[in-house]
Design a protein around this ligand. Structure first.
Ligand code: B3K
Ligand code: ZN
Length: 896
């Protein structure tokens, strides 16, 4: 456990190159669950570019020191301490051999070497390697690795590590060994090993230049029937990266291994990606359409890291977004391409909408709280706390904006230059920006502020139409909301904001665009470059007063403020040629209405549904020219969490009342249309995870979910029961169960009891499905008679619950605390008490997972006074009891 009394703050400005370099690493493992012996032989030399140091300081944690040698001779001047090993008075160049032991069986942190289901796995990013052996465990120390694994052959028939298998064979006493060599230099965080009883789905393909490649997806034997989709996703990723970026797989062999105990989604270790089972295993019976899409995205993400992350890595952890923002951008583009081809704008928009929804709900919230930080943070206490929405998702937006500014070709040229300059190096975000600038002949000095400035920028728009002169001027002003952390800090000056805009004529068609000073009109969407605090752009030859379509395709991660009327929003929703903004108009309309209703609900006033919203939704629901997936997204109301964050004081109960009122109102007013949409979007026949089929299921199941809100949900119950019993796929079965649970909560009946029992019995042997069973119950609607916290507490005692398994903990505890806001924020404080208990319990087992849960209360200051006080008390309780650096950093920042 990473606990210290006084936390050390690590600062970006204090970066210094390592005093020593390690050219080669030779690791020998004797794998035994309770005591694994690790012998590490390092070729070390003084770094000519660093301040000389007499001693070599190596990092190490939770290790038992056995012995040291220098150049083959026992060396006594070695001091083992809590944070590592000091090797005193070393020569300029030498071979250091260190022998130590660790206890993988007892390692519940899932960082370093650990045991899961009887097999060995590693997780080294960010600082897990030091829990395996002593090392310069920092990303700017890159070495060539040779790894020998020895273990009992019956218990651990498969022995894997990075790179190529160069030798294997039997040893005395029923043991065997395997030796791996990774030809590419890498930092320690990309090291991995796996040992155990595993089987693989294999494919051989030829890469773009005609080289043979072996692809493997390793799983436990009973999961082999759930590997096809991951393999297909890997092949698609390889092909896409060749096509779009000219990047080829560099190893002869590429392996994915699934493990059920894992702290996050997956890890891009060189040639040996290790994945949470959740992002590998899928077949139609066990995985939903969303699972299929997530697997494709995560397989792509980790594969793309091979170039953006592994071949070119980060100099230090402050540069994390160099690899993460860029790789998220690449996986987003990949998923968009898979859902409709690189060129199909409408299909791409669906993916864009989904990504922006996540960004706005999660990253904007992060920016508004105590953990707000720039894409390139300035300091941290525990680096694992900085694998954030800001580094990943806002980081991806910062990369996307280069492409928006320079086009796909300009972006590609700059990527080529980036690899030409930096292949094999550990570099910084500035190096990336420089490649973008140089390849496109642009000065991007101002753009640096996107990396150094925390907070969500706001762009306020005012427009003016001069009827006589046919001129339309758009004034953009940038800043930050009052009271936001960003506004409190010193700001570095205005950002360069690519602001895409279109003008829509009275007939709903886009107008051709001519900016003042231009000879002729070009295009119907223009990317304005806002570089000043305030700037006016004037369009000429504008025949009629237009309606502006602002920030098309969400061209920058900002909040746009513009006073649209409800009629204008309805018009945009019906006509905007930019699918993203069409969706956006509907969301604005719904958000405005929902917030007004929440205010009334909070004040105890009666609620009335605005007919304009019903009409707008009816229009979308019945517009057959729109794809089902677009309609599904447009008809989904903004989440309760997002709505609560938009209030001056978050009031989850009022938001829930308002949102339920609107759902019920839309269900009743459009009942016939929902029923028709249900019938029109059935997907008979064999299950296909294609975007088209998934889109139909999505719209059909959304219709079912609205129908389940009716006072008399008989139709929904009839349809859902039949759908549950007849489903040939998990998407439909889970949606049917959820609709039954919803109807049950609304009416107090037990519609869902039988299906819930059946679901458990049917999937008892499928942990990922049982996770869904827990999470469906944790996120269900509560009633006055039966608050969900009681169900959650009862489920904590269920024999299938296990706090040590992160997926299971997330399925029950996180689902309740983060995805059931009305129940979690119960006025009696029962949710917060539960949260505090669980953070403290997890803190002793797995600080990384505990710290994620700890973040759930960080926006406490923004809530209504009674909730705020109850949240503070819970935070103080955790602050008093938590031990890990991870959790302490979060709660101390929240309370500061
Ligand atoms: N690079 C890893 C994340 C490691 C998290 C360490 N706490 C997965 C990814 O982003 O691909
Ligand atoms: Zn990543």
């Amino acid at each position: 456990m990473s606990d210290t009394a006084t936390p050390t703050v690590i600062r970006r400005e204090e970066y210094a190159p390592p005093a020593f370099l390690i050219d080669t690493v030779d690791l020998e493992f004797d794998l035994v669950p309770e005591r694994t012996i690790v012998k590490s032989t390092l070729r070390v030399r003084r770094n000519p570019d660093a301040r000389p140091d007499a001693h070599l300081e190596l990092m190490g944690e939770q290790l038992e020191f056995i012995g040291a040698q220098i150049d083959g001779q026992p060396y006594e001047h070695v001091r083992a301490h809590e944070h590592g090993l000091t090797v005193e008075n070393v020569p300029d160049a030498f071979t250091l051999t260190l022998t130590g032991a660790c206890n993988p069986e007892a390692n519940t942190t899932l960082s370093g070497l650990y045991v899961s289901s009887g097999n060995f796995f590693t997780q080294c990013e960010a600082e897990g390697f030091r829990r395996i052996t002593w090392f310069l465990d920092r990303p700017d120390v890159m070495s060539t690795y040779t790894v020998t694994l020895r273990a009992d052959k019956a218990a651990y028939p498969v022995l894997l590590s990075n790179g190529n298998l160069v030798a294997e064979g039997d040893l005395p006493d029923g043991r065997h060994y395997a030796k791996w060599e990774d030809p590419f230099r890498k930092p320690s965080y990309l090291f991995a090993l796996v040992a155990g009883k595993l089987v693989a789905l294999e494919e051989r393909i030829k890469s773009g230049s005609g080289k043979e490649k072996l692809l493997q997806v390793w799983v436990e034997p009973h999961d082999l029937d759930k590997t096809r989709h991951a393999m297909d996703s890997l092949i698609h990723s390889i092909r896409w990266d060749e096509r779009r970026f000219g990047l080829e797989l560099d190893l002869d062999r590429f392996m994915i291994v699934a493990v059920s105990d894992f702290n996050m989604g997956a890890m891009e270790n060189k040639g040996l990606n290790i994945f949470n089972t959740k992002y590998v295993l899928a077949n139609p019976e066990t995985a939903t359409d969303v699972d299929f899409a997530n697997i494709e995205a995560v397989v792509g993400h980790e594969y793309f890291h091979n170039w953006t992350g592994n071949r070119v890595t980060c100099r230090d952890w402050f540069q994390l977004s160099l690899k993460e923002g860029l790789t998220v951008f690449r996986d987003q583009e990949f998923s968009a391409a898979m859902s409709g081809g690189d060129e199909n704008e409408a299909a791409r928009a669906t993916k864009r909408i989904e990504d922006v929804r996540v960004l706005r709900q999660m990253q904007f919230a992060e920016d508004a709280g105590p953990m707000a930080h720039p894409v390139r943070p300035e300091s941290y206490v525990e680096i694992n706390n900085f694998y954030t929405m800001t580094v990943y998702e806002k980081g991806a937006e910062v990369v996307r904006m280069y492409q928006t500014l320079f086009g796909r070709d300009g972006f590609r040229k700059a990527m080529d230059l980036y690899f030409q300059r930096h292949d094999g190096q550990a570099v910084t975000c500035d190096d990336f920006r420089r490649a973008m600038a140089d390849a496109n002949g642009r000065d991007l000095a101002q753009y640096e502020r996107w990396y150094s400035q925390a907070g969500t920028p706001r762009v306020t728009v005012t427009t003016q139409y001069d009827e006589a002169a046919k001129r339309y001027s758009v004034t953009l002003a940038q800043g930050y909301a009052n009271g936001s952390p960003a506004a409190r800090e010193t700001q570095n000056g205005p950002l360069l904001i690519p602001f895409a805009i279109g003008l829509i004529g009275p007939d709903g068609a886009d107008l051709p665009l001519t900016l003042e000073g231009e000879q002729r009109a070009t295009g119907t969407t223009r990317v304005l470059e806002l570089t000043e605090t305030q700037q006016t752009f004037t369009f000429v030859d504008v025949a009629h007063k237009p309606l502006p379509s602002l920030l098309r395709n969400f061209s920058a991660p900002v909040i746009v403020e513009y006073d649209y009327s409800n009629d204008e929003l309805a018009f945009l929703l019906a006509h905007d040629s930019d699918p993203f903004n069409r969706w956006e108009a509907g969301q604005r309309l719904a958000t405005r209405e929902l917030l007004a209703l929440a205010a009334r609900a909070g004040a105890g006033q009666p609620l009335v549904l605005n007919d304009a919203l019903v009409k707008a939704f009816a229009h979308v629901l019945t517009d057959a020219s729109l794809s089902p997936s677009f309609r599904e997204l447009a008809l989904m109301l903004p989440s309760e969490t997002y709505l609560a964050e938009q209030m001056a004081e978050s009031d989850p109960a009022a938001v829930h009342t308002a949102r339920q009122f609107v759902r019920k109102g839309l269900a009743a007013a459009l009942k016939a249309e929902w029923l028709a949409a249900y019938d029109a979007n059935l997907t008979p026949g064999a299950y296909e995870p294609t975007p088209e089929a998934a889109g139909r299921r999505g719209l059909k199941n959304l219709a079912l979910s609205y129908l389940s809100e009716l006072d008399d949900p008989a139709d929904a119950v009839r349809l859902a029961t039949a759908q549950y019993d007849g489903a040939n796929n998990m998407t439909d079965r889970a949606a049917a169960l959820s609709a039954l649970m919803n109807a049950a909560a609304a009416t107090g009946s037990d519609y869902a009891k039988k299906a819930l029992e059946d679901f458990y019995a049917r999937f008892e042997k499928e942990p990922l499905v049982i996770d869904k069973w827990f999470s469906l119950q944790a996120t269900q609607r509560g009633t006055a008679q039966r608050p969900v916290i009681e169900t959650v507490r009862a489920l904590m005692r269920h024999p299938a619950f296990n706090l040590k398994n992160p997926n299971r903990a997330r399925s029950l505890i996180f689902s309740f605390c983060a995805a059931n806001p009305a129940q979690f924020h119960a006025a009696d404080g029962s949710g917060y008490a539960f949260w505090a208990e669980q953070v403290i319990a997890l803190d002793a087992i797995n600080p990384q997972v505990a710290a994620r849960l700890a973040r759930n209360l960080e926006l406490w200051r923004r809530f209504t006074p009674a909730l705020r006080e109850a949240m503070r008390a819970a935070l103080e309780q955790v602050a008093a009891q938590a031990k890990s650096r991870d959790v302490r950093e979060i709660v101390e920042k929240a309370l500061a």
